[in-house]
Design a protein around this ligand. Structure first.
Ligand SMILES: [Fe+2]
Length: 196
């Protein structure tokens, strides 16, 4: 019953069914696994900086779930650590995420698909949202600002692997690819930020 209604709403809303489905409360996220401590490599480099672009808005609400109930799009859960260049987890780091909706549009009047959170005592963060849509000139991406306690802001963008437009987007950088795994209906993504 719910499935039927959902499908009808999706189709009625303009044919997003092919791109994903409506995100419902408790829509079957399993938690993406994340160890209590990071896997460290010698010589981890500080995460590449990128432009914030024209759509950043300060003062986003504090929340880790960005998608509202009923929002079209494929659910994605992004998890990872905020680390120093010596691979020390950074507790209490500010992470401010913003991205386009499934149609590739930003909310520039409100705070839809915008939110900030703080890394936990183990330096971990967890973001739940929908996979952003494409817009002219850009491959699929998530914007973020990361600021460790008493540290400077790192502004960058995260990219999805296996996206055809990664090859034609001049801003795309391989170093900013998330690792992703497709689950039944949702995407688990992983990215560790290294800040100086
Ligand atoms: Fe963007």
């Amino acid at each position: 019953m719910i499935d039927t209604l959902t499908r009808r709403v999706v189709l009625g809303a303009g044919g997003f069914a092919a791109a994903g489905f409506l995100l419902e409360p408790d829509s079957g996220f399993a938690e993406a696994p994340l160890a209590a401590t990071p896997a460290c490599h010698n010589g981890d480099e500080v995460t590449l900086r990128q432009t914030a672009g024209p759509f950043f808005k300060p003062s986003s609400p504090e929340r880790s779930e960005l998608a509202d109930a009923g929002m079209a799009g494929q659910p994605v859960e992004l998890v990872g650590f905020v680390l120093s260049s010596a691979c020390k987890p950074q507790a209490g780091a500010l992470l401010d995420f913003w991205h386009a909706d499934a149609r590739g549009e930003y909310d520039n009047s409100g705070f839809r698909l915008r939110g900030h959170q703080f890394s936990d005592e183990q330096g971990r963060y967890r973001l739940r949202s929908i996979v952003p849509g494409l817009y002219v000139g850009r491959t699929r991406h998530i914007h973020v600002k990361v600021q460790p306690r008493d540290g400077r802001v790192l502004t960058t963008q995260l990219y999805f692997p296996r996206e055809p437009k990664n090859r034609s987007d001049g801003l795309f950088r391989r170093e900013l690819l998330m690792r992703t795994t497709e689950h039944a209906g949702w995407v688990a993504a992983r990215f560790d930020f290294v800040v100086d």
